[in-house]
Design a protein around this ligand. Structure first.
Ligand SMILES: C[S@@+](CC[C@H](N)C(=O)[O-])C[C@H]1O[C@@H](n2cnc3c(N)ncnc32)[C@H](O)[C@@H]1O
Length: 271
């Protein structure tokens, strides 16, 4: 389950259809935005709630030896880098993203990780893997920005093996940045040891107004506003469940994550 994690202190240390009725109308010319975001995206690793989200993914993917995993919209490879700091079984990850800037950073950052292969792909156009290719698929904070979440879930469902798990994190309707910032400071308060607590607080206070965190906050505010204007698909629990149930995905669990600003969903493709 998501939200079971006692956040560590900063760890170590193809569509034919249009948008669904009533759904957001996405501005599809987003490459510019994501490439710009890609230049500063690594700063998000300083956010304790974000690290917690990575941990929630790690725990809920239930990694086992030999699993083949798809990271749909991998960004700068933060999840793969996070995994490399844990003891994990032998797995293979195919990580895709459409932003050359995000991918370049991911490849550079994860160049020593033999378990991941990064490649360029546009989730709005479908992926070139055969049916039933993956035991696990994760899609973390990506679905909201895509043209049609139903089409993308259809594609991910096609790629998922029977009995495989799909794990999605996506902003809730009403997603706000401030609770994430508040949660970060609250969790600093929970850090064990005055020395460590002071160090993390100091780091945050230095990074907040600077290139470390300021651009991340700015971009999160842009995302928040695009969600309010319904340019992004911030999906409610019932909408998410509907999308998954349309594919007869089973064992659907939906919980809160990311300072309660995301819905964290796990579903299984029937055997
Ligand atoms: C907020 S970031 C999340 C990155 C990563 N999953 C994480 O949790 O850190 C969203 C990512 O989705 C990617 N993305 C957006 N639209 C995409 C598309 N049509 N195809 C592939 N990737 C896309 C962006 O380039 C960006 O890297």
């Amino acid at each position: 389950m998501a939200n079971t994690y006692i956040y560590p202190v900063v760890p170590n240390a193809k569509s034919q259809r249009g948008p669904m009725k009533g759904q957001a109308t996405t501005n599809h010319n987003q490459g510019f935005f994501w490439n710009l975001y890609g230049k500063c995206y690594d700063g998000i690793n300083h956010s304790i709630p974000y690290r917690g989200l990575l941990y929630d993914l790690y725990i809920n993917l239930d990694l086992r030896p030999g699993l083949k995993i798809l990271d749909a919209g991998c960004g700068t490879g933060n999840f793969e880098k996070f995994l490399s700091t844990r003891s994990i079984p032998s797995i293979e990850i195919e990580a895709v993203d459409f932003s050359p800037v995000m991918l370049a950073r991911a490849k550079q950052k994860c160049r020593d990780l033999s378990f991941v292969n990064f490649s360029a792909a546009d989730l709005n156009k479908g992926l070139e893997y055969p049916d039933n290719s993956f035991d696990r698929i994760l899609c973390c904070n990506v679905l909201y920005s895509l043209e049609d979440p139903l089409n993308v879930i259809t594609e991910l469902f096609r790629l998922l093996k029977h009995d495989g798990k799909l794990v999605i994190a996506n902003p809730k309707p009403g997603f706000k940045v401030i609770p994430i910032v508040r949660d970060h400071f609250r969790r600093i308060g929970n850090i064990w040891g005055l020395g460590r607590k002071s160090m993390v607080l100091l780091k945050t206070l230095v990074l907040l107004p600077t290139m470390g965190l300021a651009p991340i906050l700015l971009n999160l505010f842009v995302i928040e506003k695009k969600g309010e204007k319904k340019e992004y698909h911030f999906l409610s629990e019932s909408k998410l469940r509907n999308l998954l149930e349309l594919h007869k995905l089973t064992n659907i669990e939906v919980t809160d994550a990311y300072a309660d600003q995301d819905l964290f969903t796990i579903a299984t493709k029937a055997a």
